[in-house]
Design a protein around this ligand. Sequence first.
Ligand code: SF4
Length: 350
Amino acid sequence: MKDGFLDTGRALTTAADFVAEGLAEAAEAVALDAVAAEFKLRMTPAMRGAVRAAGDPVAAQFVPDVQELQVRPEEMADPIGDEAHKAAPGLTHRYPDRVILHTTHSCEVYCRFCFRREVVGEDGPLPAADLDAALDYIAATPAIWEVILTGGDPMTLSPRRLRAIMDRLSAIPHVDVVRLHTRVPVVAPEKVTEALVAAITGRPATYVVVHTNHAQELTDGARAALARIAGAGIPLLSQSVLLRGINDSVAALEDLFRSLIRNRVTPYYLHHCDLAKGTSHFRTTIAEGQALMAALRGRLSGICLPTYVLDIPGGHGKVPIGPGYLVPDGSGWQVTDWQGRVHRYDDPAR
Ligand code: SF4
């Protein structure tokens, strides 16, 4: 028993598991089975161990909720348009200089707000023939400078399989950067072994982008896993999702971003919550997100501040969504400072 919860050492994957752990109400078990029939469930022992009370910011990210059965008209199966930009099975080519390679559909956890919740959850890596076709496409497209490994979660792959993918990418001369987007160092830190870190080290330059949404996720194990990656000389960035009831406060975001910097992870993106099906209970308004970012700019060092971004629904790409500090004014600008005071700036005459 840990912090009032059972500690069976295995992941929770059914509604009954969450009820047995005291994380969900027994009276909701039937409805939660219906949620599980739509969207896969999984919470690792590390994340269960990070929960301090039912419904807290860690629990709310992984424990199924009957609100997920409410699908609003604007919500979509593929909110960021992966399918519209599919260049080959498992490969998304949205911007000229980079591709997303979906190495697997498996994750260590299934986040209740996931933007790919309709496709994640199947077991196993990308089939060999699809991987061959994707790598052939990358090799035949010299404009591709960066390959983003995501999924699912690429760090759920074995070190041997990851090393094989890295070796094949390193043989393509125009690929200079490989970026791994992963939740593993935080949600299953024991999987970040020396072998796994060695598998992603070398040419091309590797960046690890860690998905984390609340400082409470950064357990001792997570901090040690991040230190193993940073210690290998691999730059670490973070991506977080702005989530109602989880991190939509100045205090929660400040704590998260300061904690990341302390662990040598540079906050990179704060995503506005995508229009995935059954996720409206997590979504803030953009105005709320802008107000949080404006408040944080007055409190935090610039190295702690990610860019607040929206993936434009339909696959039109990611854009910064403010807040803005400049308003055109005649031949010059009105500029708002970190305390909200407005100043005049005129471009020097040319
Ligand atoms: S780890 Fe990422 S891809 Fe997997 S369920 Fe969570 S948000 Fe989705």
